[in-house]
Design a protein around this ligand. Structure first.
Ligand code: PMP
Length: 436
């Protein structure tokens, strides 16, 4: 994200915006200030979403290959109906008795291994990770956190200091110890072994500074590090390594959760492990701010005895209705299975296209979460990746890039993505690649 932000973002004055959109971009800068970024050299201005499509005011349809918030499809009618119905009936919080949040908690927890049997609700993934850190500190007595070195875990003070991908202005917090992302280039001795060794070394380093380990937190698909799903199982020794040193293991499922990886509902399941805590967000409410933390009861016992927890909007009745509708849609529309089959076809299509285009390097994929390295003369090329992302946008395909260098496409479409959508992306790439 560090590089991606700079290479892909709109630079004021540089785009080919219509006069109306230029006025909107200027107004935005004036009102929202300097920290916001717009995607693409020429930003997109959608006014309506449906399924895998975003439409602008001129009626142009853009194929969305990037949105894992509207994961069951933009403005899914069943989710919208559940939201509207509950909002029109009652919108209270968790300080009153209400069935909806418990019905939802039961449905959600049934998707986890039985040891993970409490859930606490928040509105954002950042809050879920922040809460996890507080709980881990109480449970372990430690404060040290291990993260990957281009991770993203949130916007609160604590989670931003665990998110080196935000930009060079963010230094790791004094109790945060980044380790290299789990790819073959960083761990030539083997990813599973190397990553676990890095966790052990980070524990050594923090202990040398008098800091005790509290938490290893990873996005189980490593989306901002570059998308690293394989080899499945490689996380198990790393989780064991932090536990051996008294710390906990947190799977951040904000990106891969809710069926996206196809073979499993959660990213951690590909690794054959049961985390101590699991944070989730984005796709959980399909656009409604719904997030949470699932955890083992013994982990939260100490925290619960010493602190009360109340999140005004987290777990409100509308959120519960929305969450239930999202789970219903994933089940009834077989979206996890769709992610598996369409994702496999997508990865296969990219690999066969790579035989004809030297720019296509490694394809990394789990279901509908794909990373595609872009090369020039055999070397990863962030500038070419950025040109491709912008050229795809000009061809009405919305995508972005990832990795600490920004040298890979990040492909993460809504889960109803179909084979015809895959064909559209592949044929557009086939046409564009020789021109870049
Ligand atoms: N964790 C990961 C892996 C994320 O990708 C994000 C959001 N991009 C977050 C946490 C934070 O979630 P939110 O934006 O809902 O606070």
């Amino acid at each position: 994200m560090r590089q991606t932000t700079m290479l892909n973002a709109y630079t004021p004055g540089a785009g080919k915006l219509s006069p109306q959109d230029q006025a909107l971009a200027d107004r935005r800068a004036r009102l929202l200030g300097p920290a916001y970024r717009l995607f693409y050299e020429t930003p997109v201005h959608p006014i309506r979403g449906e399924g895998v499509w975003l439409h602008d005011a001129d009626g142009t349809a853009y194929l969305d290959c990037y949105n894992n918030v509207a994961s069951v499809g933009h403005c899914h009618p069943r989710v919208v109906e559940a939201l509207a119905k509950q909002a029109a009936t009652l919108a209270t919080h968790t300080r009153y008795l209400h069935e909806a949040i418990l019905d939802y908690a039961e449905r959600l927890l049934a998707l986890f291994p039985p040891e993970l049997c409490h859930v606490m609700f928040t509105c954002t993934g950042s809050e879920a990770n922040d809460l996890a850190l507080r709980i881990a500190r109480a449970a372990t007595g430690g404060t040290g956190v291990i993260v990957t070195d281009n991770a993203y875990h949130g916007v609160t003070l604590a989670t931003a200091e665990m998110s080196m991908s935000i930009g060079p202005a963010v230094a790791p917090g004094p109790t945060v110890f980044p380790i290299p992302a789990p790819c073959a280039a960083n761990y030539p001795q083997g990813i599973a072994q190397g990553f676990a060794q890095a966790v052990g070394a980070a524990c050594d380093k923090m202990q040398a500074q008098g800091i005790r380990p509290a938490l290893l937190i990873v996005d189980t698909i490593f989306s901002s590090d570059g998308v690293y799903p394989d080899p499945a199982g490689f996380l198990a020794p790393a989780a064991a390594a932090v536990r051996a040193r008294g710390g906990l293991f947190l799977a951040d499922e904000v990106q891969p959760g809710f069926g996206r990886t196809g073979s499993h509902f959660w990213g951690f399941q590909r690794h054959g492990i049961t985390p101590d805590m699991v944070s989730m967000g984005k796709p959980m409410g399909n656009g409604y701010p719904l997030a949470g933390l699932v955890l083992k009861p013994e982990i939260v016992a100490e925290f619960g005895a010493r602190a009360r927890y109340f999140n005004t909007f987290g777990g409100n009745a509308v959120a519960a209705a929305v969450g239930l509708a999202v789970l219903d849609v994933i089940r009834d529309e077989n979206l996890q299975q769709n992610a598996a089959s369409v994702g496999a076809a997508f990865a296969e299509g990219l690999r066969s296209l790579a035989q004809r285009h030297e720019a296509l390097g490694e394809t990394r994929a789990a279901g509908l979460f794909l990373g595609q390295t872009i090369l020039t003369d055999g070397r990863p090329d962030p500038a070419r990746t950025a040109r491709l992302v912008n050229a795809l946008r000009e061809n009405r395909i919305l995508i972005s890039s990832t990795g600490s260098l920004g040298d890979s496409l990040k492909i993460r479409p809504p889960l109803p993505f179909g084979l015809s959508n895959v064909d559209q992306v592949l044929s557009t790439l086939d046409r564009l690649l020789p021109t870049l």
